[in-house]
Design a protein around this ligand. Sequence first.
Ligand code: ADP
Ligand code: MG
Length: 298
Amino acid sequence: MDDQDTTPPQDARPAAEPLTRAEPRSRRVAMMNQKGGVGKTTTTVNLAAALAERGRQVLIVDLDPQAHATMHLGIDPAGGQGATVYDMLADPDGFDPAGAIHQVDDRLGVVAAETDLAAAEVELSQDSHRLTRLERALARLDGWFDAVLLDCPPSLGLLTLNALTAAREVLIPMQAHFLALQGVSKLLETVKLVNSTSNPALRVTGIVLCAHDSQTTHAQEVVADLEGFFEEHRRSPEPWANARVLTPPIRRNIKLAECPSFGQTIFQYAPTAAGADDYRGLAESFEAHDPNAQGTPS
Ligand code: ADP
Ligand code: MG
């Protein structure tokens, strides 16, 4: 869409300088699957860290009241750590962005979740602008990050709908089981609904296969079905016309399951593990495939 140089200055840090309204330029991605335990948070945290390792400025927004991404990054959600996603949603035009972003390192920031976020869902349900609150809040951060990853809760409630309204693309972490296919069609229906109502620009980037075992026939069949489905829709007007099953799949790797309890990304905890390699590869594919970019290689 925008062909200008979109690389922010390396020292562009929200805390260091006043925010300006730059042209929208970051990739803003809803990490979505209404099923829990499929790898959303693991992928959000480690894809973000892999992009940061590639030199990008990345922000994670933890939209799950369970605050798993927040904890995975070593932040205590009950620790009085300053502004959180709750404040962002409660006052999208007035919250202090610099106070809300915790820098995990030079290039990776996070807006933390807190358990009050569950209350936000109830409070917001009365508001006529309830779907656009996150979008309004994130508009104030545009220009500061190359990528903003929104870690969604395992439901299709107001928090996920805010993410889909604010996002420009959807990445679907999933595990290759038969029932997962049904889940994906339900999820695509939701994307289509949001696409036809509050966010016509929303596109599906594709699927990230998590805890993947490429040896089993079953997993191979599920992947072939998914690829076939996306191929069939290549020239359709659907928001998933450009979607694909991203490579590489993320192999099942115990290090990925261990690192959250140390409050570390895989790159801090086990940088030479298979899980780190897979997320590095995924970051490369993610950058090569932007469903909103013109001339995306097919
Ligand atoms: P979600 O956010 O969708 O609920 P998580 O990312 O929290 O899912 O993953 C669910 C569980 O599976 C977590 O315990 C996580 O550590 C583990 N896990 C995720 N991906 C992998 C993987 N590739 N290998 C091993 N364990 C994984
Ligand atoms: Mg999660």
